[in-house]
Design a protein around this ligand. Structure first.
Ligand code: SF4
Ligand code: SF4
Length: 119
């Protein structure tokens, strides 16, 4: 059976990319929501999640053991790159970048998204 949320046993994207975004997404800007104390300045326009600015990367908001059990402790306030990095594409196909990371880390590749159960 396909895991409905494989991210909870993965977390690789939170330890691989520089998670950078427009500075005003931080909660120290009007209308911002990302906890600013978990970010660092990249330049006058961008900031990134602390821990992702340089290798070895691990976002400071990530809890748990990568590849086993993880959680984003600011999930509701995560920045736009995290919202846009979808585990499944619109047609249900796994994000090929996920599978690239997972295969390199020795995790099983994702299969197609589970179908919603019939009502
Ligand atoms: S790499 Fe893909 S499967 Fe792994 S946590 Fe990120 S979005 Fe989820
Ligand atoms: S904010 Fe959350 S989802 Fe985004 S990289 Fe950090 S731990 Fe991962």
């Amino acid at each position: 059976m396909t895991d409905p949320n494989p991210c909870l046993g993965c977390g690789l994207c939170c330890t691989h990319f520089r998670v950078s975004f427009y500075w005003a997404e931080g909660d120290d800007a009007p209308g911002g929501y990302v906890p600013a104390h978990l970010t660092e300045k990249v330049n006058d326009f961008y900031r990134c999640m602390k821990g992702t600015g340089q290798a070895p990367r691990r976002c400071h908001a990530l809890e748990g053991q990568v590849g086993e059990s993880v959680a984003c402790r600011i999930y509701e306030q995560r920045p736009s790159p995290c919202r846009e990095f979808e585990v499944y594409l619109e047609n249900g196909e796994p994000n090929p970048r996920c599978n690239e990371l997972r295969l390199k880390a020795g995790l099983s590749p994702l299969k197609w998204a589970p179908m919603p159960s019939a009502a």
